[in-house]
Design a protein around this ligand. Sequence first.
Ligand code: GAR
Length: 195
Amino acid sequence: MKRVAILLSGGGSNMVALVRSMTGDHPARPCLVGSNDPEAGGLRRAAELGVPTVAIDHRPFKGDRPGFEAALTAALEEAAPDIVALAGFMRILTPGFVDRWAGRLLNIHPSLLPKYRGLDTHARAIAAGDTEAGCTVHEVTAALDDGPILGQARVPILPEDTPAALAARVLVQEHRLYPLVLRRFAEGRRDRIDL
Ligand code: GAR
């Protein structure tokens, strides 16, 4: 059975989708949910789901990203995950951290990569006049929102869309895509899926 750690910074709706998916004949189980924000709603939701949680507050490490990541790595090592899934984890990771977990580090990003790396993806897609948006699950490499794409899901952008309305439509697809990709990844599959 593969062990999955999930890192988040916010409400954790993707974490909930991932944790709920890991039952029955699924080849993985959640071993830890971690956050850089002790107040993150996702930590409470994880505890309610019976998953061990850890908070490594990034604020005392201001100006010391490697120090923050060393503390995070120590917590992860204790949980011994085979896979680390970033699910709305809003801290940029150094190459040192990425190397430590290379080949087992996944991320979900709310755009059709390689378009719109970084923040405000939905507002940027609307401003560009795009007719579709979506989300991407990819392996994490040292470059921001880069790395081999494992899956994408697409949604239309409607004429009256606001960034919030579009984000909500994309999030529904995130909750479909990420569990599917995680399961395949845990089975050793790296081929790309498109929804
Ligand atoms: C999701 O939309 C995820 O794709 C995005 O944050 C949201 C987290 O929501 N991630 C990023 O922007 C990463 N750069 P959640 O906490 O409800 O899963």
